[in-house]
Write a protein that binds this ligand. Structure first.
Ligand code: UDX
Ligand code: ADP
Length: 475
C-alpha cells in the first residue's frame, strides 16, 4: 500500500456489473459528475443491450426516476458496454457491483456468500488494469473481502498498483434514485487516505461533506452487514407482534404507529408484512451468522438466526392460514396471487415472499393465477427453477399461470392474496370484484393495503395481517 500513488486526473470510471446496484448507482454518479466518463460493463450481453435499448421502457431495471436520468446521461458521459477488458484497462477507478449470492454448496453452503464473481473480477482487473487503479467494492460482501481482493490484485506485476476501498451501497430498491441522490450517509472504508479523498470528492459533488463517513475497511464492511441485520430484525420484530395482534384483537397498524412515535424507536421500517425478501437481508444475516460461527460466538449467531426463523415462519403461517380457511384443501381451487416482486416499485423478485407462499399453495394442489405489474413471466419460471419448486410431476402439485390483467386473475377465484403492496392493489374496488369471484370469496391482505371501506360493503371474508379475522359474513 505504501507504493500506491493515486491516478492524477481521475476521469474514467468503470463499473463491473450492470444490475440493480451498478445501473442506478452509476447513473446517479454520471448525472452529478458531468466531467467523469462512466462506463458500466457486464458479461451478460443481453443485459447491456437492454440498457442500450432505445425504448426506455425496456431497461432491465425498473426504478422510479431512473429512465429520466438514463435519458439525460446515456451516450453523453454514461455508457454500457460488453467490452469488459478494455474498460478495465483504461479506468482510473473500478467499482465492483457484481452478484454475491449465498453459497449453495461446499464450505459455508447456505450461509457464506459466494465470492466467485468477485474473485473472477479481481483476476481480470489484475490482468488488464494499467498503472495505478482504485478498486471499490460496492457489492454486498462479507467482512474481510477487501483482504481477498487485495491479495489477488497485488500478486501480478510490479508496474501496476491497486488501492482497495469499501464503499457499501445502502440504496433500497424502489427508492434507489432518491436514496442515491439524498443518502443518509456515504461510507468509505480504506487504508490509502489519498484514494479515500478521491472517492469522497466524487460524492461531495452532490452529498453534504458531513454525510461522508470514512472508516477502516473492516468497520465499513461490518457496518453494511450490521445495518441490514438491524433493519431485518425490526421487520421480524414487528411481524412477531402481528401474530399476537391476530390473537388478541390489537391492530398491528395501531401498534406500529404507537411504538414508532417514540423517537428512540422511530417510525420507519415498522410495516408488518409477509416477511422480508430482496437480495440483501437474508444474505447479509447469513453472512453475519457465518462470521459469528467462524469466530466461535454461538450465542450471537443464534440471536441473528432467530431473525431468519421468524421471517420463514411468517411466510409459512400465511400459507397455512389460507389452506385452513379454505376448508383445509386447495385442490383445484383458483387462487389469485397479487404481486410477485419482493416489494412495490421494483421488478426484482429475489427472495420474494411470493415465491415461497406460491410454492406452499402449489404443494396443496392450488391453481394459482399470478399478477404483477412489473415482473415478467420468465422471472417467475426462473425463481421456481432456482428454488427447485414447481414440480408438476409431483402428485397433487397444482398449476400456475401468469397474467398482467387483474380482472382475469381474480375472475372465478376462491381467494385473492395481496403479497406485494403495489398501488394498483390498494385501489381495487372489491364491490366490483366480488361479482366475478367464486363464492364464498376470500381476501388475504398481507400488506394492509386493501380498501377496508370497499371490503366492508361486500360479502368477501377478509383477513388483514395483524388484525383479528372478520368471519361474520352472511352468505
Ligand atoms: C435493503 C436495505 O434497505 C438497503 O439499505 C440495502 O442497501 C439493501 O437491502 P432492499 O432490500 O432493496 O434494501 O429494500 P427494503 O426497502 O429494505 O425492503 C426489504 C424487504 O423488507 C422487502 O421485502 C420489504 O417489503 C420488507 N419490509 C420493509 C417490510 O416488510 N416492512 C418494512 O417496514 C420495510
Ligand atoms: P446486484 O443486485 O448486486 O446489482 P445483479 O445480479 O442485479 O446484482 O447484477 C450483477 C451483475 O454483475 C450481473 O448482471 C452479472 O452478469 C454481472 N457480473 C458478474 N460477474 C461479472 C464479471 N466477471 N464481469 C462482468 N460482469 C459480471
Amino acid at each position: 500500500m505504501d507504493t500506491f500513488t493515486p491516478p492524477k486526473n481521475v476521469s474514467k470510471i468503470c463499473c463491473i456489473g450492470a444490475g440493480y446496484v451498478g445501473g442506478p448507482t452509476m447513473a446517479v454518479i454520471a448525472d452529478n459528475c458531468p466531467d467523469l466518463k462512466v462506463t458500466i460493463v457486464d458479461v451478460n450481453k443481453e443485459r447491456i443491450d437492454a440498457w442500450n435499448s432505445k425504448n426506455l421502457k425496456n431497461l432491465p431495471v425498473f426504478e422510479p426516476g431512473l429512465e429520466n436520468i438514463i435519458e439525460r446521461t446515456r451516450g453523453k458521459n454514461l455508457f454500457f458496454s460488453s467490452n469488459v477488458h478494455y474498460e478495465i484497462q483504461i479506468a482510473d477507478i473500478i467499482f465492483l457491483c457484481v452478484n454475491t449470492p449465498t453459497k449453495s454448496n461446499g464450505l459455508g453452503a447456505g450461509k457464506a456468500s459466494d465470492l466467485k464473481w468477485i474473485e473472477i473480477c479481481a483476476r481480470e482487473i489484475s490482468t488488464y488494469a494499467k498503472g495505478n487503479t482504485i478498486v471499490v467494492e460496492k457489492s454486498t460482501v462479507p467482512v474481510k473481502t477487501a483482504e481477498v481482493l487485495k491479495n489477488i490484485l497485488n500478486t501480478k506485476s510490479n508496474d501496476k498498483f491497486f488501492s482497495v476501498l469499501s464503499n457499501p451501497e445502502f440504496l433500497a430498491e424502489g427508492s434507489a434514485i432518491n436514496d442515491l441522490q439524498n443518502p443518509d450517509r456515504v461510507l468509505i472504508g480504506g487504508e490509502d487516505q489519498n484514494s479515500i479523498k478521491i472517492l469522497s470528492q466524487i460524492y461531495s459533488k452532490w452529498v453534504d461533506k458531513n454525510k461522508i463517513i470514512t472508516t477502516n475497511v473492516w468497520s465499513s464492511e461490518l457496518s453494511k452487514l450490521s445495518a441490514n441485520a438491524f433493519l431485518a430484525q425490526r421487520i421480524s420484530s414487528i411481524n412477531s407482534i402481528s401474530a399476537i395482534c391476530e390473537k388478541t384483537g390489537a391492530d398491528i397498524k395501531e401498534v406500529s404507529k404507537s411504538i414508532g412515535t417514540d423517537k428512540r424507536i422511530g417510525e420507519k421500517f415498522l410495516r408488518s408484512g409477509p416477511g422480508f425478501g430482496g437480495s440483501c437481508f437474508q444474505k447479509d444475516l447469513l453472512n453475519l451468522i457465518y462470521l459469528c460461527d467462524f469466530y466461535n460466538l454461538p450465542e450471537v449467531s443464534q440471536y441473528w438466526e432467530g431473525v431468519i426463523q421468524i421471517n420463514n415462519w411468517q411466510k409459512q403461517r400465511i400459507s397455512r392460514l389460507v389452506v385452513e380457511k379454505l376448508f383445509g384443501t386447495l385442490n383445484g381451487k383458483k387462487i389469485a396471487i397479487l404481486g410477485f416482486a419482493f416489494k412495490a416499485n421494483t421488478n426484482d423478485t429475489r427472495e420474494s415472499p411470493s415465491i415461497f407462499i406460491c410454492n406452499d399453495l402449489l404443494e396443496e394442489g392450488a391453481n394459482l393465477h399470478i399478477h404483477d405489474p412489473q415482473v415478467q413471466e420468465t422471472q417467475i419460471i426462473q425463481e421456481f427453477k432456482d428454488h427447485s419448486f414447481n414440480n408438476p410431476n409431483k402428485e397433487g402439485y397444482g398449476s400456475w399461470e401468469f397474467s398482467k390483467d387483474i380482472d382475469k386473475v381474480i375472475k372465478d377465484a376462491n381467494a385473492a392474496i395481496i403479497v406485494t403492496e403495489w398501488d394498483e392493489y390498494s385501489s381495487i374496488n372489491w364491490q366490483e370484484k366480488e361479482k366475478i369471484m367464486s363464492k364464498p370469496s376470500w381476501l388475504f391482505d398481507t400488506r394492509l393495503v386493501s380498501n377496508s371501506k370497499s371490503l366492508e360493503k361486500t360479502n368477501i371474508t377478509y383477513w388483514r395481517l395483524g388484525n383479528k379475522i372478520n368471519e361474520d359474513k352472511n352468505y
